[in-house]
Write a protein that binds this ligand. Structure first.
Ligand code: GCU
Length: 138
């Protein structure tokens, strides 16, 4: 399996801003979703082959209220009501995993907030494909 990191600050952002005022992010910052339903971050991710993959969203939520999001792949909802619960403070980051199916080549992955609070702060998306190695099987 291959693992690829896609930073949120390099993604397409609708109703959100790239910031770096809370510690612990990777890359050069994170996306602060606007406090609005429908705000989203969208990544373009590449898969060597069609098949299952695990999407890992690293986030912080300094409130005590869940900020659920819908995860869509290539415009189709792959998971709805994915919980992004409070992490204690805005400097504490946690991972949420979602299993999806990717096409070979380019895919869009969009994480859309579904409540008026908007999304959590999102640091990055890590994609781990489910493919086997291209070397000899064991
Ligand atoms: C605070 C925090 C932001 C966060 C925001 C929110 O302003 O500093 O990083 O995005 O709350 O509630 O979404």
């Amino acid at each position: 399996a291959a693992t690829t990191v896609y930073q949120a600050e390099s993604a397409t952002v609708s109703q959100g801003v790239v910031e770096s005022n809370h510690a612990g992010y990777t890359g050069t910052g994170f996306v602060n979703y606007d406090n609005a339903s429908g705000s989203y971050v969208q990544w373009t991710v590449n898969a060597a082959a069609a098949g299952t993959a695990t999407l890992t969203v690293r986030f912080a939520n300094g409130t005590t209220t869940n900020r659920p999001m819908t995860i869509a792949v290539n415009g189709t909802t792959a998971a709805s009501g994915v919980a992004f619960n409070g992490t204690g403070n805005w400097d504490t980051w946690q991972d949420v995993n979602v299993n999806v199916t990717l096409n070979a080549g380019a895919n869009t992955v969009r994480a859309t907030a579904t409540t008026a609070n908007g999304g959590p702060n999102v640091d990055k998306l890590t994609v781990t494909d489910g493919g086997g190695s291209s070397g000899p099987s064991m």
